[in-house]
Design a protein around this ligand. Structure first.
Ligand code: RET
Length: 320
């Protein structure tokens, strides 16, 4: 099959021509990552069926991440989801010597949706309190948005946004490698191990993103095809590979151990809170069972001799 995306969708967008843009090689690479993300997404959904519905939280989060990435990579492979931005530095290297660089804003839409989910994967594994999780996610959104704004700015002010983003990243990494890691020590060896593996991978990979940005959207040093490979490999490691490691590490971990006790209607009544709730609520309904020592028999005993006398008690109680 011939890849005709560059010709079909063109480089002229929003009143300018992106003369520093991907070639068919870059497009092919984006499509290849799209395929990998799609396979990973369906595999993660498939693996979810092996778990009880209430134990699928990590499968759903991780599958969602790869589905969203698949769409973003389809868009970039199609040479869509970008705008031409005038470069701050014009380079002599013919691959980046033009005036307007193709900036894929769709990358940031992907990251805006998926990086909070990746952080949820990690911070829920570490059993962190939800206000901390929300707070770290907010800082993450700031990081992504400042990266987007910086990429769309043509003057040196872009580096101001970049700096804000880097500060945000440092804070996120501190939370991951210090606060959250320490939190796993009380949760058992298996939790500690999966968090350590996935947390370390994340810390290393996430540090490389601002370098890719500095060489691409920031400094216009590497060609858009190289940008595709740099970000593509990072995203592949940060999503499908990270996801597979995480789900494998979670295979014998009950989410309830992490504070994620989730109820389902077909839960075993002898262990769930559902059945326990039914008994006391009957015990308190009206005055009928008032003073009934057999109240825990849940109505059955009320048809017996006891039940009749209780009925009298109930009436009396109600009358008082
Ligand atoms: C930007 C530029 C601004 C400064 C910093 C950045 C960091 C981005 C990161 C992105 C991570 C993306 C992931 C995607 C998953 O597939 C926005 C490039 C610090 C860390 C993990």
């Amino acid at each position: 099959m011939v890849n005709n995306a560059i010709n079909t969708n063109g480089n002229y967008v929003n009143g300018a021509n992106a003369d520093i843009a991907i070639t068919t090689h870059g497009s092919d690479f984006y499509f290849a990552i799209c395929a990998a993300m799609t396979v990973a997404a369906f595999s993660f959904v498939g693996l979810a069926f092996r778990k009880h519905r209430r134990d699928r939280i990590f499968h759903y989060i991780t599958a969602g991440v790869t589905f969203v990435a698949a769409i973003a990579y389809f868009t970039m492979g199609s040479n869509l989801g970008f705008t031409p931005i005038e470069v701050e530095y014009r380079r002599s290297n013919p691959k980046v010597s033009g005036m307007f660089r193709e900036i894929f804003w769709v990358r940031y839409v992907d990251w805006f949706i998926t990086t909070p989910l990746l952080l949820m994967d990690l911070l829920l594994t570490a059993g962190m309190p939800w206000p901390t999780i929300l707070w770290v996610i907010l800082v993450d959104e700031i990081m992504i948005v400042t990266g987007l704004i910086g990429a769309l700015v043509r003057s040196s002010y872009k580096w101001g946004y970049f700096t804000f983003g880097c500060v945000a990243l440092c804070y996120i990494l501190y939370q991951l490698v210090w606060e959250a890691r320490r939190h796993t020590t009380v949760l058992g060896q298996d939790v500690k191990r999966v968090f350590f593996m996935c947390g370390t991978l994340t810390a290393v990979l996430w540090t490389l993103y601002p370098i890719a940005w500095g060489l691409s959207e920031g400094g216009n040093v590497i060609a858009p095809d190289s940008e595709a490979v740099f970000y593509g490999i990072l995203d592949f490691l940060a999503k499908p590979v990270f996801g597979a490691l995480l789900l494998f590490g979670h295979r014998n971990i009950d989410p309830a151990r992490l504070g994620l006790k989730i109820a389902d209607y077909d839960d075993d009544p002898s262990v769930s809170g559902r059945h326990e709730k039914v008994v006391p609520s009957n015990g308190h309904s009206g005055g009928v069972l008032e003073g009934n020592t057999n109240g825990h028999h849940n109505g059955v005993a009320n048809g017996t001799h006891d039940g009749i006398s209780n009925g009298h008690n109930g009436v009396n109680t109600a009358a008082v």
